[in-house]
Every structure is written in C-alpha cells, then in structure tokens.
Design a protein around this ligand. Sequence first.
Ligand code: F6R
Length: 262
Amino acid sequence: MNIIVKQDYIQMSKCAAEHIAELIKKKPNCVIGFATGGTPIGTYRELIRMHKEGLDFSGVTAFNLDEYYGLGIDLTKPYSQDQSYTRFMYEELFKHINIKKENIHIPDGTTKNPEQFCKEYEEAIKEAGGIDLQLLGIGGDGHWAFNEPGSPLDSRTRIEKLSEQTLEDNYEAFYKGAGFTREQMPKYAITMGIGTILDVRSILMIANGYKKARVVAEALEGPITNQITASAIQMYKGEATVILDEEAASMLGRLKRSDSVS
Ligand code: F6R
C-alpha cells in the first residue's frame, strides 16, 4: 500500500487527478470506478481542468460505486433538490468531459427488481473487462461505497441499509442545506460489495480533514474487520494508493516511522 500525504485538500485532489489521468493516458480505453461524496469533488474539478487541456475521456468506461435506492436523476428538480448520485456525477464530472453516455454505468436506484439489477451490474463490470482503477472515499463509519459496518468482506453488489452515522453524515453534508428533513432521506442504497471492490486491478483511496483521521488510521492500521469495511484494503492483492491530506493522516502511526509525506 502506497500512502501519500499532501498538505491540504487542494494538493490531495491534484495528486488524485494526476493518478487517474496517468492511467487514462497509458490506457485510453480503461475502466474507472468513480465515487460520489464531498471528498472527490476537488479531484473531479481537476480532471475537468485537465480535459480542457486535452485529457481525452472518449475511450473511458465508468462504473459508479453506488446510488440511493429510490432515487434516479430527476431533471424536473434543480440540482440542489435532486440528491441522486447519478445527478451528482453528471453535474460534478460527466457533463463537463467527453465521456460517452453509453459508457457510463451507475446503479439504477429506480429499478423495480433490485436483485436482478445487481446481478446485471456485476455482469456488466465483467463484460467491460473488469475495473482498472477504483476511486474510493471512506465514510465516517469506515464504509467503502455503502458497505456499512457488518457487511461481509466478500459481499457483492446488493441493496444495503444505511447506518445511522451515514444518514447523519449525508444529511448534514447534502440534504439539510437543500431543505430536506432527515425522514425524507432514502434509507437504503444499491452498492458494489467489498468483494466487488477487491476484484478491481487498482485502488485509489482519498480522504481529507480531521473528521476522517481516526477512521483512516483504523482502516489502514487497525484490525481487518467488517465493522470498518475499508479495512479490507489491508487484504487487497492489487496496487493500492492512498492519498490523504495532513489532517486525515494525523492519527496514522506508520507516518511517524516513514518519510512518505510530500
Ligand atoms: C460515495 C461512497 C461513499 C463515500 C463516503 C465518504 O459514492 O461510496 O462511500 O465515499 O461516504 O463520503 P464523503 O466524501 O462525502 O465524506
């Protein structure tokens, strides 16, 4: 596992975008797993800037980690009132770059048959040749995607009930400002499983801020446990890169022994 610590959120985002851009340049028809949330917004802004300078997404295939169950893009509502992850991805990245619509895959939160949909999502990933690079944040409860505490570490794409902490975190970060009550938030999501994520060829995990420091240290250095599903990174066999800002890295023990801060 390669841990890179950058001074602040902006530097973390630039470094993550460079890592993604490097793959696209090396393999123009690569398959990238994207994440939503506050953490990757800076990375996406940087990718958009790089696209304006020529970074070509026309061969890239995208698979997103998750979507709230019950939500899909709703163009009748302004972005502030449409909390779907599909809308987030279009607004924050996809509509600004030249990725082909047919190459974008996001779990369909409006499906009437979630079980069948989840099977097909796994199949679609396989048919695309697997994911070359999966971008991941980490939840306050240690989740990867919406694999909440207790999720099996070999889980596949499925419906998952959101934890109280995730509901609280996402309410504060996204729903509250748009005038939603907590009761109006979706309580379930369709999410790739930890097993699905561990099948990818490389992982890029990003985190910033003091509020993530403890959970980052637990995931990277604590025991591997399904109570902190991001701790599965320690059993990952592929190439894992973790880019943190100094605040998120502040509780890591190993950094006191290494010079990997840049
Ligand atoms: C988003 C996702 C989540 C987030 C995590 C952190 O697609 O899968 O696991 O990465 O909840 O969210 P932020 O970045 O908002 O702190």
